[in-house]
Design a binder for this molecule. Structure first.
Ligand SMILES: NC(=O)c1ccc[n+]([C@@H]2O[C@H](COP(=O)([O-])OP(=O)(O)OC[C@H]3O[C@@H](n4cnc5c(N)ncnc54)[C@H](O)[C@@H]3O)[C@@H](O)[C@H]2O)c1
Length: 343
């Protein structure tokens, strides 16, 4: 496939989210024309886009609203669609799967349909490594490992992917599926592990850790993820699936202790809470396929974590504002274990 020209217009769904906004920043830096569609749910924030707007167009819209989205496609006439918009927090999907089914499955099908109707040259579907489920050893491979999602969020992401796959096969839809591992970095909403730990520790509050903190995650710095997606957008092959990961994995408890050390906070802040139901033990992806396109991760975990902690220190007001709206959520999700275990 010939490399893309910079003047092409990219429509980014979920561009006001954590990864979507990092992606928009990269696109604008590289001179692409960008337009963003985002409903601005609790997880979306235009503040993440201050370097991107007004160069990029912005539409506050729900990807599930067919007529509104049809009008936006007609107006913007995108060459490429990069589809990030989703409900993304596993704990919320366990409490109520309905918004996940709506946005992640129904919304994705509508994005596929409108992209086909408007003849886009390429559609990048941002999926997740969680569609594989978990395993204790080895690395998930794109076409060899089965899809075995274990929580409602992952199940809806797998469902969305299968709709994209079906469109590729049935309609020769020019789509590519991307499965990133756990991202972290600036602007992440403080309901995900790393910003939760930073926020709680900064406020000298107890830091909740699921179970014994033994679950293993592969951590990918958000800017590395954005570069990987841009690499796939420019050089990837239609019909392909690409994992994105860093190769760096470790148990959550180690990550929590690294953050506490970084902030000079005591480990006695750690509070073990009842494990998440169905909690996946370990994710780890094989990244040989994307490496062949010339991408590789650039930010080692220690460095990325330091950058993230520094960013949080500089943006405590933002984190605290977000945290205020999370109080109810935390009381529903974290159930403290009556256990003597302390580290
Ligand atoms: N964060 C991770 O570690 C990670 C890892 C792998 C894959 N992913 C995938 O990457 C994508 C982005 O993740 P994120 O962490 O940036 O998520 P996020 O929750 O920070 O952002 C999601 C964005 O989508 C928007 N959105 C939600 N529903 C919408 C709707 N109906 N219409 C329009 N906009 C809507 C939200 O307002 C928000 O801006 C998701 O598809 C997610 O599944 C995330």
């Amino acid at each position: 496939m010939p490399p893309l020209k910079r003047k092409e217009k990219i429509l980014v769904t979920g561009g006001a989210g954590f990864i979507g906004s990092a992606y928009c920043r990269l696109l604008v830096q590289k001179g692409y024309r960008v337009c963003i569609v985002d409903r601005l749910t609790y997880a979306g924030d235009r503040g993440r886009l201050k370097e991107v707007l007004p160069q990029a167009g912005f539409h506050r819209a729900d990807i599930c609203q067919a007529e509104r989205m049809r009008t936006i496609f007609k107006k913007e006439r995108p060459d490429i669609v990069v589809h990030f918009a989703a409900e993304t927090h596993v704990d919320r999907s366990i409490l109520d799967a309905r918004p996940f089914i709506q946005t992640n499955v129904v919304g994705t099908q509508l994005m596929v349909q409108l992209s086909m109707d408007s003849g886009v040259k390429r559609f990048l579907h941002i999926s997740t490594d969680e569609v594989y489920g978990d395993h204790r050893q080895g690395h998930f491979k794109e076409f060899e490992s089965p899809l075995q999602p274990n929580n409602p969020y992952a199940a809806t992401k797998a469902g969305a992917e299968l709709l994209v796959r079906a469109a590729i096969r049935t309609f020769s839809f020019p789509a590519i599926i991307i499965r990133p591992s756990n991202n972290y970095g600036p602007w992440q909403y403080p309901e995900k592990l790393i910003p939760v730990v930073i926020l709680k520790a900064l406020s000298d509050e107890r830091v909740p850790v699921y179970g014994k903190g033994e679950q293993v995650r592969e951590w990918l710095y958000v800017e590395d993820c954005a570069r990987a997606i841009e690499c796939v957008m420019s050089k990837g092959c239609v019909g392909e699936i690409y994992n994105i990961g860093s190769g760096f994995e470790q148990p959550n408890i180690k990550t929590v202790k690294m953050i506490l050390a970084c902030l000079n906070k005591p480990e006695r802040l750690i509070q073990y809470v009842k494990d998440r139901p169905g909690h996946d033990f370990r994710y780890s992806v094989d990244i040989a396929r994307i490496k062949k396109l010339g991408w590789q991760p650039q930010v080692p975990f220690e460095e990325g974590l330091e950058l993230t902690v520094d960013w949080c220190l500089d943006h405590q007001g933002w984190l605290l504002r977000k945290a205020r709206s999370l109080k109810d959520h935390w009381s529903k999700v974290y159930k403290v274990q009556k256990t003597k275990e302390r580290v």
